[in-house]
Design a protein around this ligand. Structure first.
Ligand SMILES: [Zn+2]
Length: 198
């Protein structure tokens, strides 16, 4: 389903460190979060440019300047969600999103079934009427495209053209989770294991 939150995982796939600018983590975060906003699941391919996506410090820089360059404190977020969140602190969105505690219903409503998931939905205002309508609209688009226009369906839900080649990146400080590169989307594409859509 197009609004499924990521599969349960205990740790991030990647662990680059040592970059002097947090923007340098962007290709790692795009891959880690599968080219979607971690909060609302809006996909890169639903807009025109990837610049609509921002790197959010989930522990805000104002409260935790020491974590400004920490990969594990960064998430990939759409501009809307980053703006709504601003400097509010939330529990680690990676942990919440991969906990299985967030589920989008057919009505477009987002169901949160644990305390940290409920807090995330509240801080990000993910059940605002406009967000419910937006999800309901995309669910209907997906249904119609799947039934009537498989090419459109693939275009809306396939991977982007510019999947980053993480094997060519050398983080300044190293990579605490080097095995993740083999699991990256580019590596899967090279092995012919990339699904047509996700
Ligand atoms: Zn978002």
């Amino acid at each position: 389903m197009i609004f499924d939150y990521p599969e349960p995982r205990t740790a991030r796939r990647h662990g680059p460190y040592g970059y002097s600018r947090y923007e340098s983590y962007r290709p790692w975060l795009r891959d880690e979060f599968t080219f979607r906003c971690i909060y609302c699941l809006k996909r890169e391919r639903w807009g025109q440019v990837t610049a609509e996506y921002e790197l959010d410090h989930f522990q805000p820089q104002t409260l935790h300047p020491d974590l400004e360059l920490s990969y594990d404190n960064l998430v990939y977020a759409c501009r809307r969600c980053n703006n709504v969140k601003r400097a509010q602190a939330v529990d680690d969105p990676f942990a919440v999103a991969t906990s299985g505690h967030l589920k989008v219903l057919g009505s477009g409503e987002l169901l949160a079934i644990s305390g940290d998931a409920i807090r995330l939905v509240r801080v990000l205002d993910l059940n605002a009427e406009i967000m419910i309508q937006w999800r309901e609209m995309w669910l209907r688009i997906a249904e119609l495209a799947e039934e009537n226009d498989p090419v459109l369906y693939r275009n809306l839900f396939r991977f982007p053209e510019d999947i980053p080649r993480l094997d060519r990146l050398i983080p300044t400080g190293g990579n605490a989770r080097p095995d993740g590169v083999v699991q990256s989307w580019f590596a899967r594409q090279e092995r012919d294991e990339l699904p047509e859509s996700y």
